[in-house]
Design a protein around this ligand. Structure first.
Ligand code: IMP
Ligand code: MG
Length: 176
């Protein structure tokens, strides 16, 4: 497959494609036809977001957030959010789109900050959930796949900013 660093393929391109289509169906069913504001979490969610929203027939506005954690290196720090695009979430139906739920700190922090902006509804969709590493109690409203406690890359997920463009999701080999 030409990716020597990938130990094994966890989810094929076809499996991801089929599940993303289903997720869009679940979202449309629960939201109805109304307008959504999709909040993509940079950078990892960009591939998932692009595929997901093309299956939605709802009118969609977009914004992107960058979440940075400021800590002392030993403990997770406070989350700082930078928002790009649509800022006014008051009374809107907001859907946070994230690549993976790991410790849960990022999604929990983002939801807490966005909730203060007064959305009518605030929901989240994650492509992947790695429950083994959860530190904060948070659950996405829509989940694509539950994955084992391995470091995975592809379809938006990176290691040192590489592999995001792989069309599949694979386990990164040791030393990769
Ligand atoms: P959390 O705050 O620990 O839930 O972190 C979620 C973020 O960690 C995701 O948005 C990813 O950027 C990153 N992450 C967690 N697990 C992996 C992985 O297996 N591969 C690549 N990135 C990951
Ligand atoms: Mg991320």
């Amino acid at each position: 497959m030409g990716h020597e660093d990938i130990e094994s393929v966890l989810l094929t391109e076809a499996e991801i494609k089929a599940r993303v289509r289903e997720l869009a169906g679940e979202i449309a069913e629960s939201h109805g036809d109304g307008e959504l504001v999709a909040v993509g979490v940079l950078t990892g969610a960009f591939v998932f977001l692009a595929d997901l929203v093309r299956h939605l027939r709802n009118p969609v506005r977009f914004t992107f957030v960058k979440a940075d954690s400021y800590g002392d290196g030993t403990r997770p720090g406070e989350l700082r959010l930078t928002m790009m695009g649509e800022q006014d979430l008051r009374d809107r139906d907001v859907l946070v789109v994230e690549d993976i739920l790991d410790t849960g700190r990022t999604l929990a922090g983002i939801l807490a900050i966005l909730r203060e902006k007064g959305p009518r509804t605030l929901r989240s969709v994650v492509l992947l959930d790695k429950p083994a590493r959860r530190e904060v109690e948070v659950q996405a409203d829509f989940t694509g796949f539950t994955v084992p406690d391995r470091f995975i890359v592809g379809y938006g997920l990176d290691h040192a900013q590489r592999y995001r463009n792989l069309p599949f999701i694979g386990v990164l080999g040791v030393g990769g």
